[in-house]
Design a binder for this molecule. Structure first.
Ligand code: TRP
Length: 342
């Protein structure tokens, strides 16, 4: 972009979505909604990709691997990700990522991988269970941070928005990049992890953070009936209708705030103080969330019914990017000595 005589640099912002599980309201509020908003900024060159090779580390069921990938792609598109505004692609459609991964693997210190939290946690769990420390640990799990480094470095991302649990991996990518630049050629941009402290962490049915691992989630694109059922299952206290309720102490109110505007927030807050019945508060919450999600749910159902449309979007995404990834990989190959003889 040209602005007067300054060339405005865009920031390359990249993040991956591991394609496992069923997206829930917590994913929407905490990750999907802010990432889509960021992808619409004109100063951002956004890269959002489906980390389907990462899914293989967690899931060995081929049908489930295929299904999750499709559902998660449809979810992002249905919620407004515009493939014209963001680079939207599937990791496995960019073969240069895995080629780069091997070259980086040959330059990444094993000791660095030994320190990865996810690997250490798995070893620790084995030790607690009196198992062999490596029981059930694949090379995929062990080398996971190198694949993630390849994801980030292949497009020379500046910023990588992640949750706290992923900061270490981005720092490892930075380490790996620095080492490569030092040993071979100055090719890689050093990426920075970006953690947004303002992003809301949604509470789940039991009041803890909504998370698949706590089994306390409300699915994003179930039927209307399932959404209603989920909301009705949110834990509340025993206060009767008419008794004042503390909004700050309520998951119903917390989820309400994640969807409501300022005015609606104040109205509900007053209703709590005035003693709204739990049944009524949940009914209103259902209606509010459903209003917000219904159009997206319709798009989601259409996309799932026509997976060829999703496929075409992803193919186009990959096609647009492969000249970049190929160009970078060619430089990397040359730098490490993989060169044509003549
Ligand atoms: N490991 C990330 C997660 O589980 C997903 C991911 C894969 C990723 N590759 C990435 C995130 C590259 C950011 C950049 O959440």
């Amino acid at each position: 972009m040209i602005n007067g005589d300054h060339v405005m640099e865009t920031t390359r912002v990249l993040t991956g979505i591991t394609t496992t599980g069923t997206p829930h309201l917590g994913n929407f509020v905490g990750a999907i909604r802010p990432a889509i908003a960021a992808s619409k900024r004109s100063d951002v060159d956004a890269y959002l990709f489906l980390a389907d090779y990462h899914a293989l580390i967690k899931c060995g069921d081929p049908a489930l691997v295929a299904q999750s990938s499709r559902e998660i792609a449809a979810t992002w598109l249905a919620l407004g990700l515009d493939p014209k505004q963001a680079n939207f692609y599937r990791q496995s459609d960019i073969p240069e990522i895995t080629e780069l991964c091997w070259i980086l693997t040959c330059n990444a210190a094993k000791g660095l991988m030994n320190r990865a939290h996810a690997y250490k946690a798995a070893v620790h769990a084995n030790e607690q269970a009196n198992e062999d420390p490596d029981f059930g640990i694949t090379m995929g799990l062990f080398s996971y941070p190198v694949l993630m480094a390849a994801d980030i470095l292949i497009f020379n991302a500046h910023e990588v928005p992640v949750g706290r649990d992923q900061i270490q991996h981005v720092e490892m990518a930075r380490d790996i990049a620095q080492r490569f630049n030092h040993n071979f050629a100055d090719i890689f941009t050093l990426p920075t992890a970006v953690v947004d402290d303002n992003v809301s962490v949604l509470q789940g049915l039991d009041g803890r953070k909504m998370s698949k691992s706590y089994n306390n989630t409300i699915p994003l694109f179930g039927s209307e009936k399932q959404l209603k059922k989920g909301i009705n299952k949110i834990k509340t206290n025993l206060l009767e209708p008419g008794e004042p309720k503390d909004p700050e102490d309520s998951t119903v109110f917390q989820i309400w705030c994640a969807f409501a505007d300022d005015n609606e927030r104040q109205v509900m807050q007053q209703a709590f103080i005035d003693g709204i019945a739990w049944g009524e508060a949940k009914k209103q919450l259902f209606e509010r969330v459903n209003d917000e999600l219904a159009p997206a749910r319709q798009r989601y159902d259409q996309l799932i019914a026509e997976p060829a449309d999703i496929e075409a979007i992803l193919q186009e995404g990959a096609q647009r990017l492969r000249p970049k990834s190929s160009e970078l990989l060619a430089r990397v190959r040359h730098a490490v000595g993989l060169r044509p003889y003549a």
